[in-house]
Design a protein around this ligand. Structure first.
Ligand SMILES: *[C@@H]1O[C@H](CO)[C@@H](O)[C@H](O)[C@H]1NC(C)=O
Ligand SMILES: *[C@@H]1O[C@H](CO)[C@@H](O)[C@H](O)[C@H]1NC(C)=O
Ligand SMILES: *[C@@H]1O[C@H](CO)[C@@H](O)[C@H](O)[C@H]1NC(C)=O
Length: 347
């Protein structure tokens, strides 16, 4: 429990938190620990959130995001029993098929700005396979943002081969060349199997590469050990003008000096990701290799065809291609990320 900060005369200090509602700075005077945002997922309407509906630019080759298509569709996201449920699903779309998203919205950064709501086979591209996973994502961009605060998320982590959560803060003003994220909680399937929880700032820098940007990570999150992912947890990030602290279930596992790098409005993002070129180190059981163009196809094949319904990491022979495949294990009910509430307090 944080004690109210006092001035030398014993008066409670005003908070350093800034709140932006509908993109306007709130004029309210906050005190430390004032509740500034609350979502209990009582209504499926999610009026404080926007549902993502787009194809990442890596579907056409920039390799900066994970292997998902983000869809505003109840098959991937629902609100039930006062809980937000985000469920990633292996796509049924086959190679060379076309996907078209209706009413899709451009994510901010897109290769050459040639945004499209459609993924279509193009023989002139060496990157030809539809996104292998469909998922959902919500954010508070444009509706609720803040600078400095304590954010608590009570949620389960998604678990299944090559999945990971998005529970993070992202600047409202996205830079296409430097992506900053404050991750409130993060654990890939490999982290969960090794009882690790991670969180903290992530900065991705674009490395120019012909007309595409490829991203490289320039820092590492804090890691908590002996973490058992089962069930719900209280994931908390405390962000002040001078420090960032990471907690899980009231245990602190990370702390950073904040050198003013994050002094701008950030909004909340919740979602489930899969694969990607940035989150998983190469290993014997990992089907795809980071940065290779065939990653979407190899990822999809590791869950389908002769690999379908695998319960162990195994290999099988793809008779059509006459090749060995590394299989991923079929996702079960734990692949869902369930979120009970999000609360943000002034600091
Ligand atoms: C969020 O939604 C609730 C109910 O839909 C509303 O009362 C509240 O003002 C909204 N905004 C914030 C910042 O919590
Ligand atoms: C991006 O723009 C450059 C310069 O206009 C062009 O040469 C290149 O082909 C474009 N790339 C794509 C994928 O459209
Ligand atoms: C969640 O954890 C934070 C950090 O330890 C703590 O301040 C907060 O009171 C906890 N929330 C609940 C509901 O226990």
């Amino acid at each position: 429990i944080t004690k109210p900060q006092l001035n030398s005369d014993g008066v409670i200090k005003n908070s350093e938190t800034k709140v932006f509602i509908n993109q306007k700075l709130s004029e309210r005077n906050f005190k430390p620990n004032d509740l500034i945002f609350e979502e209990h997922f009582i209504s499926p309407e999610l009026s404080n959130w926007t549902r993502g509906n787009y194809l990442h630019s890596n579907a056409i080759g920039d390799r900066s995001e994970d292997f998902t298509a983000v869809m505003d569709d109840n098959s991937f996201m629902t609100v039930r029993s006062e809980t937000l449920l985000i469920t990633p699903i292996i796509s049924k779309t086959k190679n060379k098929a076309t996907i078209k998203l209706n009413n899709c919205k451009q994510p901010v950064c897109y290769e050459n700005n040639t945004f499209t709501c459609e993924y279509a086979y193009d023989k002139n591209r060496n990157y030809v396979y539809p996104p292998p996973v469909n998922t959902a994502r919500i954010d508070t961009n444009g509706k609720f943002s803040f600078t400095y605060g304590r954010i608590e998320i009570y949620a389960t982590l998604p678990y299944g081969d090559w999945l990971f959560p998005y529970m993070m803060l992202v600047p409202d003003k996205l830079s296409c060349k430097t992506r900053k994220q404050l991750r409130i909680a993060f654990a890939t399937s490999v982290d969960i199997e090794n009882n690790r929880i991670r969180g903290g700032p992530v900065i991705l820098n674009a490395r120019p590469n012909a007309d595409k940007f490829f991203f490289v990570r320039t820092n590492h999150m804090a890691t908590g050990m002996d973490f058992n992912a089962n069930g719900y947890h209280n994931f908390t990030l405390v962000w002040t003008p001078t420090e960032i602290h990471m907690y899980v279930d009231n245990t602190k596992y990370g702390c950073y000096i904040n050198n003013g790098e994050y002094a701008e409005p950030y909004h909340i993002v919740l979602g489930v990701g899969a694969g990607g070129h940035l989150e998983f180190e190469e290993s014997k059981t990992k089907p795809w290799q980071n940065t290779l163009d065939n990653a979407f196809a190899v990822f999809h094949r590791s869950f389908t065809g002769c690999c379908e319904k695998s319960t162990v990491h195994t290999q099988c022979t793809d008779h059509k291609l006459n090749k060995q495949r590394i299989c991923s294990r079929e996702w079960g009910s734990l692949a869902v990320m369930a979120v009970k509430y999000v609360r943000v307090y002034a600091v």
